[in-house]
Design a protein around this ligand. Structure first.
Ligand code: 5AD
Ligand code: SF4
Length: 470
């Protein structure tokens, strides 16, 4: 098998000033963009580029963009305005900056970005970033766009990061298991920007997860745009389901927790539900976007399921794992959504009782079927509905968090807290907990007594300290 271990750069590339070169990467949008950004850093490391968190320090700036809503896409252009100023200032100082736009805006807009943003040297799509070193070199001669869907698998060409780099990224890591989407929800750009659904083979995912575990990672989140449609081939060449993958990952020494995101209701099969009952390593958390509670709107969205189908899945999940935390994405103001449709969404949210949720105003995206519908909802109605839904879902989230106070939860400690002597971790239900405890516990899973809550996180204490303090 190909050895993907990162090669130490034989001679680090130097910038004009003589200092080693640095890359600054900013990821917008979903978890997969965060994952891809890390892999872009991995691919530039053997070229002698170290990472920097400061754009002003960088010789190479990569914006890994999101096209899901208009606001997300427009953010890129305002950032590119700032990048342009930096580029001009640095050119004057004799230390040039190269600028790359990657990700889904790159895929969707291609050469249009070069036209709109003169600072950009290279536009590269989500399936071509394994070629970054070569593309960056070529872009020095001529501004360049590469938004191909190449035949080769980018994962076969990405260097695996060293254990030190992996550990520095934390004890919880993403692994892409599936990419792209064939569902074509009528509002969504993903099938166009990320392409058709492709599942990675089981053996490659397990090799990635094992390397993470060997470097000290304790929790993996298996990610995909449609992760529960996973059907990668196993060693015998047979298609495996996501639940099979969970079992294989759970067998890896060191991996204590498994999460997955994002799922579609139509792919919630029995094996996946049963895994929530049978597999202790699988976190009791299900992010399952419903988008709307109205059957009429769900049909117009091309979701191919009804609101009651969703309620039944929730029932099955709760029967399998009574403490499972439910989470969803919602869109308000989809074309044609009436007050009655929106009321159906509120009713569904009340029926399910979510532990957390993400909610968005419908944003017409060029090239998607819903964008050309004539009955667009006025902005004021979208604003009102979003506020009402947010109030309900916030209330549900606070109640969920409130209910954990006084209980003991297993917390995976992930990083130092904001205050000295504090560390931050996650409960199985993906709640952030701040605890006064030594940094040496980062990477450990320990029982924590939940003592209170803030707006977005919980406070806890190691039980012996709680006892001592009582
Ligand atoms: N407008 C608003 N929200 C959208 N999403 C996807 N496309 C759009 C759009 N055009 C939301 C969906 C999806 C989440 C990732 O983003 O809720 O689940
Ligand atoms: Fe977009 Fe629908 Fe595919 Fe999710 S399932 S990525 S919302 S098209």
């Amino acid at each position: 098998m190909q050895d993907n271990q990162e090669k130490a750069a034989a001679s680090p590339v130097s910038s004009a000033s003589g200092a080693p070169k640095k890359v600054f990467i900013k990821a917008y949008g979903c978890q997969m963009n965060v994952y891809d950004a890390a892999r872009m850093a991995d691919v530039m490391a053997p070229e002698g580029y170290g990472e920097t968190a400061e754009m002003a320090d960088a010789d190479l700036v990569i914006l890994n963009t999101c096209h899901i809503r208009e606001k997300a896409a427009e953010k890129v252009y305002s950032e590119l305005g700032r990048v342009r100023e930096l580029k001009q200032a640095r050119a004057a100082g004799g230390r040039p900056v190269e600028v790359v736009v990657a990700g889904c805006v790159a895929q969707a807009e291609g050469a249009e970005i070069l036209r709109r943003a003169p600072a950009v040297d290279l536009v590269v799509g989500p399936q071509s970033y394994h070629r970054l070193p070569e593309l960056v070199r070529r872009a020095r001669a001529e501004r360049l766009v590469d938004t191909d869907f190449p035949v080769e698998d980018k994962f076969d060409h990405l260097p695996r990061p060293s254990p030190e780099r992996t550990r520095a990224r934390g004890v919880s890591a993403f692994v892409t298991v599936q990419e792209g989407c064939d569902k074509f929800c009528s509002f969504c750009v993903v099938p166009y920007t990320r392409g058709a659904e492709v599942s990675r083979p089981v053996a490659k995912i397990i090799a990635d997860a094992r390397a993470l575990a060997d470097a000290g990672v304790r929790e993996v989140t298996l990610i995909g745009q449609n992760v529960n449609a996973y059907h990668g081939l196993d060693e015998q060449g047979r298609p495996a389901a996501l639940a099979d993958l969970f079992e294989a990952v759970a067998r890896i020494d060191g991996i204590a927790r498994i999460r997955y995101s994002t799922s579609h209701p139509r792919d919630m099969d029995d094996a996946l539900i049963a895994a929530h009952r049978d597999l202790p390593a699988l976190a009791p958390y299900l992010h399952l976007p419903v988008q709307s509670g109205s059957d009429r709107i769900l049909a117009a969205m091309n979701r191919k399921h009804g609101a009651d189908d969703y309620r039944r899945i929730v029932e099955r999940a709760r029967a399998a794992r009574p403490d499972i935390a439910l989470s969803s994405d919602f869109i308000v103001g989809f074309p044609g959504e009436t007050d009655a449709d929106f009321e159906d969404t509120m009713r569904l949210a009340r029926d399910v009782n979510f532990a957390s949720a993400f909610f968005f105003k419908y944003s017409p995206r060029p090239g998607t079927p819903a964008a050309s519908l004539t009955d667009q909802v006025p902005e004021e109605a979208k604003t009102e509905r979003l506020a009402a839904l947010q109030a309900l879902l916030d209330e549900q989230r606070f109640a969920f968090n409130e209910a954990t106070i006084g209980k003991t939860a297993d917390v995976l400690f992930e990083r130092p807290g904001r205050h000295p002597g504090q560390i931050v971790g996650k409960t199985p239900w993906l709640q952030t907990v701040q605890v006064d405890a030594p940094a040496s516990l980062i990477g450990e899973i320990m029982p924590v007594l939940i003592t209170g809550r803030g707006t977005n996180s919980l406070f806890g204490a190691l039980p012996d300290r709680a006892v001592a303090a009582a």
